[in-house]
Design a protein around this ligand. Structure first.
Ligand SMILES: [Zn+2]
Length: 348
């Protein structure tokens, strides 16, 4: 807007100067509109001496016309600018909305995730146990992640009976002396192992991660329970779990169990690193015949898809060894779950 007006003003001034006409008033509004026109006005001054009255008259007429045109132009430009500004304002509003919407949606989403994470954290902090309000019947309600505990149909433990007696693939244990840590995690005494212990069954390789104890045994064999059980938890490369159950009955003391008890931590949730190694091959019974079925973790979140390998032959622990565990966990066995028509296989 400024440039055409400046040019117009310059033209007007120039023509006024040429005419040497005292009638400068009509152009004043035009020049007054644009303050920047004054230097041009000064520049135009040297060309003052110019005769010809006819020329000055026609110049005056054209000057008036130009001034009028300039005013009209200025008004039109102002109007057009006002329209453009209004349009810009209006279009900019809807342009903001779609930006706000997807932006506010992820904010809400992440806020929900945060809430979930907090909830998850706080709920998982909620105690689960084996009695009363936090007992096995409440597990599924303590945390949304535990719904399998309530609605799963491949849950453990079960009463192992009516197994199909077949020639099962031998479990190949590859256990060796390993460093270990003992932890009282508030639910059991657990032994965490450094890597290097494996079992192979049906062509699948699983690595031993940890083992822990339950009293009494969670699983039953044809309705018969045992003093305790050791669960040896293995994982394959795909993250699938295989748990070997070693049933413990009262009898002679067991050296491997004793080495764990020797390293019982004084405080809960603090792992104690044992100074000696542990050799899990020494915990295995002589015979490796087993029952197998598909089940779950027996503690929250009760995840299913766990391959259970329950060794048929129990190993013995002393009454004293059992009593030591009973002082800490007199009952940490989940009740039996429905077998729901699951196939149980038993080696010959
Ligand atoms: Zn267990």
């Amino acid at each position: 807007m400024r440039t055409p007006s400046l040019l117009l003003a310059a033209l007007l001034i120039a023509s006024q100067a040429l005419a040497n006409d005292p009638v400068t008033k009509p152009i004043k509004p035009a020049s007054a509109k644009e303050e920047a026109s004054s230097p041009q006005k000064e520049e135009a001054k040297p060309a003052k001496e110019a005769p010809a009255t006819r020329e000055s008259r026609s110049a005056e007429t054209s000057r008036k016309k130009e001034a009028q045109a300039a005013d009209e132009l200025a008004v039109k430009i102002a109007e057009r600018l006002a329209v453009l500004r209004k349009e810009k304002d209006e279009t900019s509003k809807p342009a903001v909305r779609p930006y706000v919407r997807p932006y506010s949606a992820p904010v809400k989403k992440s806020a929900n995730l945060d809430e979930k994470a907090k909830k998850h954290g706080s709920v998982s902090d909620k105690h689960w146990g084996y009695e009363g309000d936090e007992g096995p019947l409440a597990w599924g309600k303590l945390n949304p992640a535990n719904t399998k505990c309530d609605i799963g149909d491949r849950q453990s433990p079960i009463d192992i009976r009516d197994g199909i007696r077949v020639e099962l693939d031998t479990i190949n244990f590859d256990y060796k002396p390993t460093q270990f840590q003992v932890i009282d995690n508030g639910h059991t005494i657990q032994v965490n192992l450094n890597g290097g212990n494996y079992l192979n069954v049906s062509g699948k390789n699983f690595e031993l991660l940890q083992f822990h104890f339950h009293r009494p045994s969670e699983e039953r064999i044809n309705g018969k329970g045992f003093e305790m059980v050791a669960h040896l938890v293995h994982k394959d490369r795909e993250g699938k779990l295989a748990v070997v159950a070693i049933l413990l009955e009262l009898g002679d003391p067991h050296a491997v169990v004793q080495s764990v008890w020797n390293n019982l931590p004084l405080e809960k949730s603090e792992a104690v690193k044992a100074l000696k190694n542990i050799d899990l091959s020494q915990l295995l019974p002589k015979q490796h015949g087993y029952f197998t079925y598909m089940g779950s973790l027996t503690t929250p979140p009760c995840s299913e898809g766990v391959l259970w390998l329950v060794l048929k032959e129990p190993v013995s622990i002393s009454a004293e060894q059992a009593a030591i565990f009973a002082r800490l966990y007199p009952n940490n066995a989940r009740p039996l779950q429905k077998s729901s028509g699951r196939i149980i296989k038993e080696s010959l």
